[in-house]
Design a binder for this molecule. Structure first.
Ligand code: BES
Ligand code: ZN
Length: 454
C-alpha cells in the first residue's frame, strides 16, 4: 500500500498533464455538432484504461454515444467493484464569461479550470489513476474492478439504461463506485446517500402566425412572451409551493432521525448567501436550506427564448416564445407521472389566445441508498484516511439518472464518493476542480480498494 501511495505522489504532475489532455476534448453530449468529439473522447478513455493495466477494454456502440468498458478480474474470491463515470460534459455558454478557454485546461494556484474539470472528467480520472498506481507498483489489485464510463449522463443516460438491462452479467458486481458529487465542505471527506431526480420540460407558446410590428398590432393580440411569463409565475406560489395538482402526492416525509442528522451538520445561511452575493436566501417555507436542497422538490425555469434579444431596440410582437423548465424530484416522485401532470396543468391554465405545445426532454428518478453496507463503510474509512478527517454523510441536490437502475438491475450498493465542491462552478462558466482534491481522490480510491478487500 505504501508503494502505491508514494507512486501516486511521485506521478501527480504527469497525472495532471494527462487530465489536461482529457479536458481538451469538447465532448458536449447535448449538441449534435459534437458527435465526432464524443467518439474521440471515448477513444481517449479507452487509451487511458489500457495504459492503466485493465483488460478487455473497448467501446460499446449505442444508439447515441459510445460506452467505454474495461475490467480486471484477477482477484478470485475478492469482491468486484463497478466504477461508473461520464466523459460527456455540459455546453460552455455563455462563452463570454469564461476567463480562460473552456477546452484548454488552465492551472491557477491550486485549481484546474476547464469544462469537465470537476464534472466529471477530473473525478472519474481519479479511479483510473489509482488503478494505474497499483499495477505499476505491486502489479495487481486487491479487488476485481470493472469500469463503465458513459457519454450521455448529462442528457439522461437513456442508452446506458438499455445496455444495463441487456448486460447484467457483464456488469455484475458487489458495489458501484461513483465520484460525481460534492464534498460537504473543503477538506471534509464525504459520502452521499441521496440524489434528487429530475423532470425536464419545454413549453412553447405560439401567438400570431408571424412576428408583427408592435405598434400596428400591439394591444390587439396576445404576446406569447407576456403570456409565457404569466404562466411560469403561476407554477410556484408565494410560499414556495409548486401549484401543479398531485405534485406532492408521492413525496416522502423526511424521517425525524434524518432531520436531526441534518441539523447536526454545520451550515450557515449567511455564509451561503454571501458566497452567492445575494441579500437573502429563498425557498419553500417550513424547511431549512439543507432540507430544501436535499429532500424537497423544486421547479425552476432554466431558459427562456423569444423575441428580440440583440443589442439595441426593435419594436416587435413575437410570434413564439418558449421556456425550458426543470423540476428536481425526491423519493417517491416519478418523473414520468410528474411530466404528465405538468403538461396537463400548463395546458389547462394557458389562455385561448395562444397555442401551447409541451414536450418532456429527459429525466431521472430520485434515489436514497442505504448507509448500512460494508462497501459504504469501507469507502468512509478510505476517504477518512485520505483526508485525515472523519467522513460525513450527506444527500445531494443534483441528479445522476443511472443510479436507480444500478440499484434495481444490479442489486448492488452504490457509493457516492464525491470529490468536487459546490463552489466549483459545474455547468457554469469557469468550472474548476481543486488539484488537492484530485490528489486526495486518487488516495481515497486506492485506500478504498484495500479496505473493501478486507
Ligand atoms: N455531477 C452531476 C450531478 C451532481 C451535481 C451531483 C451537483 C451533486 C451535485 C451530474 O453530472 C449532473 O449534472 N447531472 C444532471 C443530470 C440530468 C441532466 C439528467 C443534473 O443533475 O442536472
Ligand atoms: Zn453534470
Amino acid at each position: 500500500m505504501e508503494n502505491v501511495i508514494s507512486y501516486i505522489t511521485q506521478n501527480k504532475n504527469r497525472y495532471i498533464n494527462e487530465l489536461k489532455e482529457y479536458l481538451s476534448i469538447p465532448s458536449i453530449s447535448t449538441l449534435s455538432s459534437h458527435k465526432k468529439d464524443m467518439k474521440r473522447c471515448a477513444d481517449y478513455v479507452v487509451k487511458q484504461l489500457k495504459n492503466a493495466g485493465l483488460k478487455k477494454v473497448k467501446t460499446y456502440p449505442t444508439a447515441g454515444n459510445p460506452l467505454v468498458y474495461g475490467e480486471w478480474l484477477g482477484a478470485p474470491g475478492k469482491p468486484t467493484v463497478l466504477i461508473y463515470g461520464h466523459y460527456d460534459v455540459q455546453p460552455v455558454d455563455p462563452i463570454k464569461l469564461w476567463k480562460t478557454p473552456p477546452f484548454e485546461a488552465t492551472i491557477k494556484g491550486d485549481q484546474i479550470y476547464a469544462r469537465g474539470a470537476n464534472d466529471n472528467k477530473g473525478q472519474n480520472f481519479v479511479h483510473i489513476k489509482s488503478v494505474e498506481a497499483y499495477f505499476k507498483t505491486i502489479g495487481k489489485l486487491p479487488v476485481n474492478v470493472k469500469f463503465l464510463i458513459e457519454g450521455e449522463e448529462e442528457i439522461g443516460s437513456k442508452n446506458l439504461e438499455k445496455f444495463l438491462k441487456e448486460q447484467k452479467s457483464l456488469l455484475k458486481c458487489d458495489a458501484v463506485m461513483i465520484s460525481d458529487t460534492s464534498l460537504y465542505a473543503e477538506g471534509i471527506p464525504t459520502i452521499s446517500y441521496g440524489l434528487r431526480g429530475l423532470c425536464y420540460m419545454e413549453i412553447e407558446l405560439t401567438g400570431p402566425n408571424r412576428d408583427l410590428h408592435s405598434g400596428s398590432f400591439g394591444g390587439s393580440v396576445a404576446n406569447p412572451i407576456n403570456e409565457l411569463a404569466k404562466l411560469i409565475s403561476k407554477l410556484v406560489d408565494d410560499k414556495g409551493k409548486i401549484t401543479i395538482p398531485n405534485f406532492y402526492k408521492d413525496v416522502q416525509k423526511m424521517p425525524k432521525k434524518e432531520r436531526e442528522l441534518i441539523k447536526s451538520l454545520k451550515f450557515s445561511d449567511k455564509a451561503f448567501a454571501k458566497e452567492l452575493d445575494v441579500k437573502e436566501l429563498k425557498g419553500e417555507e417550513g424547511y431549512n436550506t439543507l432540507e430544501r436542497l436535499w429532500a424537497r422538490p423544486t421547479l425552476d425555469c432554466n431558459g427562456i427564448i423569444g423575441g428580440f434579444t440583440e443589442e439595441g431596440a426593435k419594436t416587435v410582437l413575437p410570434s413564439k416564445a418558449s421556456a425550458k423548465i426543470s423540476m428536481r424530484l425526491v423519493p417517491d416522485q416519478d418523473p414520468e407521472i410528474i411530466a404528465k401532470e405538468f403538461a396537463k396543468y400548463v395546458k389547462s391554465i394557458a389562455p385561448k389566445s395562444v397555442k401551447i405545445n409541451v414536450k418532456a426532454l429527459h429525466g431521472g428518478y430520485p434515489v436514497v441508498v442505504s448507509l448500512d453496507d460494508k462497501a459504504i463503510r469501507a469507502a468512509a474509512v478510505a476517504t477518512s484516511k485520505a483526508f485525515g478527517k472523519k467522513t460525513v454523510f450527506t444527500r445531494e441536490g443534483g441528479s445522476i439518472p443511472i443510479v436507480v437502475d444500478f440499484k434495481k438491475q444490479l442489486n448492488a450498493p452504490v457509493i457516492l464518493m464525491g470529490l468536487g465542491l459546490d463552489t466549483d462552478d459545474i455547468h457554469s462558466p469557469n468550472e474548476h476542480f481543486s488539484l488537492k482534491n484530485f490528489e486526495r481522490g486518487i488516495y481515497s480510491s486506492a485506500y478504498f480498494f484495500n479496505e473493501f478487500a478486507k
